[in-house]
Write a protein that binds this ligand. Sequence first.
Ligand code: PMP
Length: 370
Amino acid sequence: MIYLDYTATTPPDPAVVSAFNAVAMGYPGNENSEHQSGKAARNQTESASEMILRRLLAPEHQVIFTSGATEANNLAIKGLADKKRHLGKHVITTPYEHASVIASFGVLQREGFEVEFAETGSDGTVRLDSLQALLRPDTILVSVGAVHGEIGIRQPIDEIGRLLDKYPYITFHSDMTQAIGKIPVDVSMVDLATFSGHKIFGLKGVGALLRKKNVILEPQIHGGHSTTEYRSGTPPTPLHVSLAVALGLAMDREDDQLRHVYGLNVYLRERLAAFPEVRINSPVSAIPHILNISVLPIPAEQMRARLDARGICVSTQSACHSGKGRSEAVFRLTQEEQRARTSVRISLSRLTTVDEIDALIEALGAELGR
Ligand code: PMP
């Protein structure tokens, strides 16, 4: 099998699984218990939080562990709106967001919030002047994903952060799930940042929302008293530690993996240029890990299935969207129906090899009758 779907998920690093096992066996106490067993487990989570904040150079933030990025996005958007609705009901996002961001804004809209979308340029990036023009005294939240999971569009988070610094009453959230651990990001520019373990060779079932300590959120999961103020229940200590270990490893390797993936992306683009039927949808400014292409004669889902039959895993749209026959994001970016109906996402990682890219090119050639 050739796996070219690392944006959907990555296999866990063995060191992450070892850390999970060691904490599961060594610290079985309930963090909500006051005795020494509970305290020992709690210390593990506290160390994991400190490590995450140290690695991300985010001393002003708190780590709220969640089950993943979906939960973190829900908590950020709905939790913030619940607390600030008395101050205003105007919220802003972009057309290039993950389903969990879009759906959370959908909930706010049903509750009477006004949701506006910042304009984007031809490469999908937010236009700062348009964003600034949307800001109002009753704007409480701006949410801009750092990297779009389907196309790889990269947003100017630092510049948006600097703009929003002038509006201290507006909370700035960024879904950094496809950025943290892959490309350099400055978490200090945002009030709330989302990321997830399984996108960076960690485990499924854990992620985090980083919250600047002055930002108040309404918990979205209610229950009894817990050390996890925003999320009642018994904290999964081994998952918390696994997230810190995965992030540490990803950041240690960030430069090397970025260079490797960038080289593969350039090579893949060069080889695809031999097929006039193929269009590249990801802008050159996209992160190199994601290359979204359209194979014009072949509908997306058919292409995906045919490559799968040849042992190659790629995806259509984002795995989280239900198939409507076309990719709304690719349509928005290219304004071409055919491209939107035939787009597949190839995604690369430090584990991808040139041989795997060659095998993909060979399979594409065979499907196109070469
Ligand atoms: N945001 C982005 C940009 C993503 O790519 C994903 C994963 N598809 C998510 C959020 C959701 O992540 P999780 O699986 O951890 O809920």
